[in-house]
Design a protein around this ligand. Structure first.
Ligand SMILES: [Zn+2]
Length: 385
């Protein structure tokens, strides 16, 4: 599974890349020109097979070996054929492009610092696109949405400027307060940037969605958000929060809402009936999406990196929201507080590997387009035609 390597190199040798380790990450390299040399190595770096692709003949200039190509190149390699066919099935599944709809950037080294600088218990480290890219690309990520990590209004602009620098980032969910008199002015200004995909408002930063729903100014701000075709992200889930989500859709039915991290809400004996009733209410509200994120979380005080303790909860949420309203998000680097990014991806990849490929595609990228309406910035980002 882990002992095949692939290498790409342009004919002038300037763009050599080695994809080490797993071969199921999906090989996608874009070159500006000429030939790509493509081959497979064994773990000892012995060339098993090689092939050249004329990139000038390709419109998108992105090369991704098909399953057939992958297997046939392995057959050429003879003794490694069996090894590669096992890998080929894994590649087939994991070649689904991934849009990670929930990541955070912040810079604790700014003179002003930052309101959020990572999860407790993890050494503080600035979070910028290059750090994420290095971790996420090998996992199959081709795009990501940065969700707010600061209530400072100027951090909306900071986030847009940081995300502008890396085409992997397809959206920014900002932080504006619809109850404030300046909300409309800010919204109109930020909405001009196509990266700006909405705001997050729930119970973080001392906000109280539930209470604000009684405030006509707040509700008219949400209507303005819906009119701008933008999204309300919301966290963190508890029973009162779910009640507020239901009320929000009653008040602003056209607003697309993304409920963040719902898998980590564990109802108690006392709250289970109400939890189920609220999910029933949400079931028939087509504009409410859910991020099946924060899947790895403490259950009875224990954090498991296996799928099994979380599987029933995921089944329930899949059944409530259906395959068209579930979205992937890693919550990196906040997720570092409970598990490595590989483990975070691993659990949901394992869960969706059991589902039809069409369902996994909806979860890993298609539904993020339906919810956020982001536009692609690179040729390897998928789009719904
Ligand atoms: Zn988060």
């Amino acid at each position: 599974m882990h002992n095949v390597r692939a290498k790409y190199a342009s004919a002038d040798g300037k763009h050599a890349r080695m994809a080490a380790g797993r071969v199921d990450g999906g090989f996608r390299y874009a070159y500006a020109d000429d030939l790509i040399e493509f081959g497979f190595y064994d773990i000892g770096h012995k060339f098993m097979t090689r092939k050249q692709i004329d990139c000038t003949q390709r419109n998108d200039r992105v090369y991704e070996p098909s399953r057939r190509e992958f297997v046939s190149s392995c057959v050429v390699a003879g003794t490694a054929a069996a090894l590669c066919s096992a890998d080929a099935s894994a590649q087939d599944e994991s070649a689904i492009p991934i849009i990670d709809s929930h990541i955070h950037f912040f810079d604790p080294n700014r003179p002003q610092g930052a309101p959020y600088t990572g999860p407790p218990g993890v050494p503080t480290e600035p979070s910028f696109p290059p750090r994420y890219r290095k971790l996420a690309v090998p996992l199959g990520v081709v795009g990501a949405i940065k969700v707010e990590a600061s209530p400072w209004v100027e951090d909306n602009l900071w986030a847009l400027q940081v995300c502008q620098t890396d085409e992997m980032i397809v959206g920014v969910v900002g932080n504006l307060q619809p109850e404030k008199p300046e909300f409309v002015e800010y919204l109109d200004r930020f909405a001009k940037d196509p990266l700006f995909r909405g705001i997050r408002y729930g119970n973080l930063w001392g906000y109280d969605l539930s209470q604000q729903l009684d405030n006509p100014t707040f509700v008219s701000g949400l209507k303005r958000l819906a009119d701008a075709d933008l999204v309300l992200d919301s966290a963190n889930p508890n029973i009162k929060f779910l009640q507020a989500i239901v009320r929000t859709t009653d008040l602003v039915p056209d607003l697309r809402i993304v409920v963040d991290h719902l898998p980590n809400l564990e109802p108690t004996q006392q709250t289970l009936a109400e939890y189920n009733q609220l999910l029933d209410e949400i079931r028939d509200r087509p504009n409410v999406f859910v991020k099946l994120s924060s899947v790895i979380h403490p259950v009875n005080g224990k954090i498991s990196k296996e799928l099994s303790p979380y599987e029933n909860r995921l089944d329930t949420l899949m059944q409530v929201f259906g395959e068209d309203r579930v979205i992937f998000g890693s919550d990196w680097p906040n997720s570092d507080g409970v598990a490595s990014i590989d483990e975070v991806f691993g659990v949901v990849k394992q869960y969706f590997a059991k589902k039809p490929r069409s369902v996994a595609e909806k979860y890993f990228w298609k539904n993020s387009i339906r919810a956020y309406k982001w536009t692609k910035r690179t040729p390897n980002q998928p789009s719904i035609s």
